[in-house]
Write a protein that binds this ligand. Structure first.
Ligand SMILES: [Zn+2]
Length: 88
């Protein structure tokens, strides 16, 4: 992989989640500010998702968790209804 050829965004995203598996991309990113920025953006995105997951998994009280779960089930149910209404 030459320095002038940047990996695709897809590859950079995969690399951002599993850097150890892609030493070549790691080398490129180290020498390419543009790709470095893209990888950092993907990592930021992932850490936001992870923070939200941690919040819902560990920091909320069980009662609140149950309420969220039943609420999201309701949401799925209602959206199914809406879809059927739309078809009919
Ligand atoms: Zn690059």
């Amino acid at each position: 992989m030459s320095r002038s050829q940047c990996p695709t965004a897809d590859k950079l995203e995969t690399f951002a989640t599993a850097p150890m598996q892609y030493p070549q991309i790691s080398e490129h990113v180290a020498s390419c500010p543009r790709c470095k920025k893209i990888v950092e953006d993907f990592r930021d995105e992932n850490s936001v998702v992870r923070t939200l997951q941690n919040l819902s998994e560990s920091k909320l009280k069980p009662a609140i968790q149950r309420r969220l779960v039943s609420r999201s089930r309701d949401a799925v149910f209602h959206s199914d209804q809406a879809a059927e209404d739309g078809v009919n």
